[in-house]
Design a protein around this ligand. Structure first.
Ligand code: UDP
Length: 211
C-alpha cells in the first residue's frame, strides 16, 4: 500500500519488509527500479512533474530522510519508519550474496566504484562484481550497453538526484538488470571516501546535520 507525501507515493514498509520486497524484485525476471527520496527530492519533484512521475513509477519508493517520516506524521499519514538508502543497499547486497548473484556499480568519481566493489566483496564473497563505471560520462548509450553486456542482477546507480532516477527510468530496461537502485553518494561511503554519521546521529535522524 502506498502513502502519499506531497505528491510522492511512498511504500509504507519497515526496513525488514523493504528487504523482503527488494529480494522478491531481485528474484523475478523483469526490470525493476527502486528510489529513495529525501525531502529535497520531494521539493524538486514539486517543480518537476517528470521527475515526480519517474519517482512514482518506481517499483519501490523508500523514505530515505527522517524529514519524510516527520512530514508523513504531520500530514496524518504516518509511515512505519525511515528506510535509509544505504541500509537498503546493504540489505540487497546480503540477498545478492545468498543468491551468488552479479553486481554492477555505476557512479561517483573515477576509481570510487572499483574501491567500493573491492570492499563489498570482502564482506560478500559470493557476489560476482561484473562491472563498474564512473558517473562522469556524456553519452549514456555506450554505458547502458556495457552494463547489459556484464549481465548484472543488481545495479547501483549513484549519479545524484534526479540524474540517477532519470537514468534508471530511461536506460534501465535495456540493461536487463532485475533491480536498479538509485543511491546518491553511497558508493563514496562503501569506498570509504566519505564516512557515514555515527549510529547515535543516524538513530536521531540527524545524519544530514552531521554531514
Ligand atoms: N555524481 C556522479 N555523476 C554526476 C554527478 C554526481 O557520479 O554527474 C556522483 C557524485 O560523485 C557522488 C554521487 O553522485 O558520488 C551523489 O552525490 P550527492 O552527494 O550530490 O548525492 P546525495 O547522496 O546527496 O543524493
Amino acid at each position: 500500500m502506498k502513502t502519499d507525501i506531497l505528491g510522492i507515493q511512498f511504500d509504507n514498509l519497515t526496513r525488514e519488509e523493504a528487504k523482503e520486497a527488494g529480494a522478491a524484485l531481485l528474484r523475478s525476471p523483469e526490470f525493476h527500479y527502486a528510489v529513495t527520496p529525501n525531502p529535497e527530492f520531494i521539493l524538486a519533484a514539486d517543480k518537476d512533474l517528470e521527475f515526480q512521475k519517474i519517482l512514482n513509477q518506481a517499483d519501490l519508493v523508500l523514505p530515505d530522510g527522517i524529514g519524510v517520516v516527520y512530514s508523513a506524521k504531520i500530514l496524518g499519514t504516518p509511515l512505519k519508519g525511515r528506510v535509509a538508502g544505504f541500509d537498503f543497499a546493504c540489505d540487497m547486497l546480503d540477498v545478492l550474496n545468498e543468491m551468488g548473484g552479479r553486481l554492477y556499480l555505476l557512479g561517483a568519481k573515477p576509481g570510487v566504484a572499483e574501491e567500493a566493489g573491492r570492499r563489498i566483496l570482502e564482506s560478500h564473497p559470493n557476489i560476482v562484481l561484473c562491472g563498474t563505471h564512473d558517473g562522469y560520462f556524456k553519452d549514456s548509450d555506450p554505458v547502458a550497453r556495457e552494463v547489459a553486456q556484464a549481465q548484472p542482477d543488481l545495479l547501483f546507480v549513484c549519479l545524484g538526484a534526479p540524474k540517477q532516477e532519470r537514468w534508471m527510468a530511461q536506460y534501465g530496461p535495456e540493461t536487463g538488470v532485475k533491480l536498479a537502485v538509485g543511491l546518491g553518494g553511497s558508493l563514496d561511503v562503501f569506498a570509504g571516501t566519505v564516512e557515514r554519521a555515527p549510529e547515535a546521529w543516524r538513530k536521531a535522524g540527524m545524519e544530514w546535520l552531521y554531514r
